[in-house]
Design a protein around this ligand. Structure first.
Ligand code: NAD
Ligand code: DAU
Length: 340
């Protein structure tokens, strides 16, 4: 492993991975390939901009020409794929881009890798591929029953990764991460959305009854899990990465308000997300047996996250303009007008 291509490296988790890898492994060259969609942001990579072992190239993982160019010019030997459309609500409004990137994109990466003799690929997937679980915990061998256009596209992408391992002998690994939070997350996802809205005393639209359960994972812990699996994961294997912090959405919302010193009167219960998965929960024994540990409690890491958004308004205020406001209107205007 020498020249590692990180696709989607300008997004939330991808950029955290790049910042981690560039500093921890000065002998690796870290090359980012990113389309810079609405969610891609070069500000996320400013902390490594001057590092000699970091490079950025703009391109689409579903475009063979861009992929071939970066594979050849940068002599890539290893690929870590974060590139995706990642927001469930947007997948319900407009599924096209999800199929393009999350399914076709990973297929093109795999196929160009096969043609150019690149054998190592790690794919970043999600716990949403399993669907919803009323009780108990999903294990890696459980069936995939995705419920949104986002999770169905991710499941399709993962199955293509599996096929390239079984058919062509590619050394692939997959991680299925749970709900990730931390600095530099695009403020459409519930944590940064609610934190930044609450800072401005705006209403927080909680879907349905707010009793859905998500398993919260700090971004730097997600990154160390991917680093571990990249180095020690077995070919063809899948690894769950969960925070083991199951919380009801309403409780997470109240915790964020408490940490911000804002009133619960900002909470508005609005029309639910269609097909909304009720609960996600992962069994993470396989990863923990490899020595993975988390860095702190949910309460501490959420407080740290909130401090970051409070101290970095320069980062999120400019995002909450233009396209963001168009999406906000489509997603929330009617919901908030009808809110209880
Ligand atoms: P993000 O939306 O913040 O970033 C996605 C990045 O991919 C952006 O930089 C975007 O410009 C880039 N991109 C999109 N389409 C592309 C294309 N066709 N070609 C090249 N680049 C493209 O996403 P994130 O939250 O950082 O998620 C990263 C990965 O982790 C995704 O694969 C996602 O499915 C997975 N994941 C996310 C979470 C989470 O809670 N955020 C949890 C588990 C897994
Ligand atoms: O579980 C992993 C997944 O977590 C990742 O694969 C996705 O990329 C990531 O976006 C996330 O998906 P969710 O749909 O769980 O995340 P989101 O932040 O959109 O929503 C978290 C919960 O909060 C979910 O139950 C929906 C609810 N919610 C969300 C928003 C944006 C609200 O109640 N109101 C909101 O405005």
């Amino acid at each position: 492993m020498k020249n590692i291509l990180v696709t989607g490296g300008a997004g939330f988790i991808g950029s955290a991975f790049v910042r981690h890898m560039v500093k921890k492994y000065p002998h690796y060259n870290i090359i980012v390939l990113d389309k810079l969609t609405y969610a891609g942001n070069l500000d996320n990579l400013l902390p490594v901009d001057d590092e000699p072992n970091y490079k950025f190239e703009r391109g689409d993982i579903a475009d063979r020409v861009s992929v071939q160019r970066v594979f050849e010019h940068q002599q890539i030997d290893t690929i870590v794929n974060f590139a995706a459309e990642s927001h469930v609500d947007r997948s319900i409004l407009d599924p096209d881009a999800f199929v393009h990137t999350d399914f076709v994109g990973i297929y093109i990466l795999l196929d160009m890798a096969r043609q150019l003799g690149i054998n190592r690929l790690h794919h970043v997937s999600t716990d949403e591929v399993y669907g919803s679980i009323p009780e108990g915990f999903f294990k890696e061998g459980d069936p995939l029953e995705p419920n949104s256009p986002y999770s169905a596209s991710k499941a399709g992408g993962e199955l293509m990764v599996r096929a390239y391992h079984v058919t062509y002998g590619m050394h692939t690994t997959v991680t299925r991460g749970s709900n990730t939070y931390g600095p530099y997350q695009y403020p459409e996802k519930v944590a940064p959305f609610f934190i930044t809205e609450a800072i401005d005393d705006k209403p927080l639209p909680v879907y349905g009854d707010g009793m859905q359960v998500r398993d919260w994972l700090y971004v730097e812990d997600h990154v160390t899990a991917i680093d571990l699996v990249l180095h020690e994961g077995k070919a063809g294997e899948v690894y769950n990465v969960g925070g083991e912090n199951e919380r009801h959405n309403i409780d997470v919302t109240k915790l964020m308000l408490k940490l911000l010193g804002k009133p619960e009167s900002l909470i508005k219960f609005v029309k639910d997300r269609p097909g909304h998965d009720r609960r996600y929960a992962l069994d993470c024994q396989k990863l923990k047996q490899m020595g993975w540990q988390q860095s702190g409690s949910f309460e501490e890491l959420m407080a740290k996250t909130i401090d970051w958004y409070k101290g970095n308004e320069w980062w999120w205020r400019k995002i909450k303009t233009g396209e963001y406001l168009d999406f906000y209107k489509r997603q929330y205007a009617d919901r908030l007008a009808e809110a209880k």
